[in-house]
Design a protein around this ligand. Structure first.
Ligand SMILES: [Zn+2]
Ligand SMILES: [Zn+2]
Length: 221
C-alpha cells in the first residue's frame, strides 16, 4: 500500500492536469484541505511519537527539517506547496527544480510505512501538487519525453523512500532523525500552504470551512 498509493496519487494528479485542469477554485480548496490535514496528522500523531521516542535533542532535527525545506523551496520556487516560477519558454530540463522536488518526495516517503494516517495525508498532499507541477510542465516548451521522465521519476521518489526505509537496513540507525527532519518539512510545507491559500488574508468562508474539515477529519480518524 505504501508503495502503490503514492504512485496512484501522483498519476491521478497528472491525469487530471492533462485532461481537465484549469487553475480553478477546486484546486485551491484541495490544496487548503491537504495542508490542513497534513498539519493536523503531523501535530496529532507524528510529532508525539517522535517526542516519546526518548531520543535526546530530537527537536533540533525538526528545526533542521524546517531549514532544509526552506532551502529546497529556494531551489524549487515553492513547487512543493503549489507554487511555480519557471519561464514558459524553457527548453532545457529544469534540473534544480527536479532535484529539489525529488529530495523532498524521497524524504516524505520515509515515515509513511506503518503509519496509515500519515500515508493518507501524504497522498492527499500529493494530488494537488502533482496537478500543478504537471499542468505547468505541459505548458512549457519542454519535449514530451522530458516531461514524462520528470513526472515518472518524481512519482517514484516517495515509494522509493518508503521502500528503502522498510526493506533495507540502510537507514536503520538514523530513521528516527530522518523522521524528525520530515516533521520539520511537513510543518513548513503545510503552514505555507495554509498561509498562501488565503489571498491577501481576506476571510474566505469556503477555505476556512475546508481547513476546519481537514482538522476534524484528522481528529476523528
Ligand atoms: Zn509559495
Ligand atoms: Zn511533499
Amino acid at each position: 500500500m505504501n508503495i502503490i498509493l503514492p504512485i496512484v496519487a501522483v498519476l491521478i494528479g497528472f491525469g487530471v492536469s492533462y485532461f481537465v485542469y484549469q487553475k480553478s477554485v477546486t484546486i485551491n480548496l484541495l490544496l487548503a484541505f491537504s495542508g490542513s490535514f497534513l498539519l493536523s496528522v503531523t501535530v496529532l500523531e507524528f510529532l508525539p511519537v517522535i517526542y516519546n521516542s526518548g531520543v535526546n535533542s530530537i527537536g533540533i532535527f525538526i528545526l533542521g527539517g524546517i531549514l532544509l525545506q526552506i532551502i529546497l523551496e529556494y531551489l524549487s520556487g515553492g513547487a512543493e506547496h503549489g507554487h511555480f516560477h519557471l519561464s514558459k519558454e524553457k527548453k532545457t530540463f529544469p534540473f534544480v527544480l527536479f532535484i529539489s522536488l525529488c529530495i523532498h518526495a524521497f524524504l516524505e516517503g520515509i515515515p509513511i510505512h506503518g503509519n496509515d494516517h500519515l500515508l493518507y495525508a501524504v497522498i492527499i498532499h500529493k494530488v494537488p501538487i502533482a496537478i500543478i507541477i504537471a499542468s505547468f510542465l505541459f505548458n512549457t516548451s519542454l519535449s514530451k519525453f522530458k516531461i514524462i521522465f520528470f513526472l515518472l521519476v518524481f512519482a517514484l521518489m516517495t515509494p522509493l523512500g518508503s521502500f528503502v526505509q522498510s526493506n533495507t537496513t540502510l537507514l536503520d540507525g538514523i530513521t528516527i532523525y530522518l523522521d524528525a527532519v520530515v516533521i520539520g518539512i511537513f510543518l513548513h510545507v503545510s503552514t505555507t500552504i495554509l498561509f498562501e491559500s488565503s489571498k491577501d488574508h481576506k476571510f474566505n468562508i469556503y477555505k476556512f470551512g475546508i481547513i476546519v474539515l481537514g482538522i476534524v477529519l484528522a481528529l476523528v480518524l
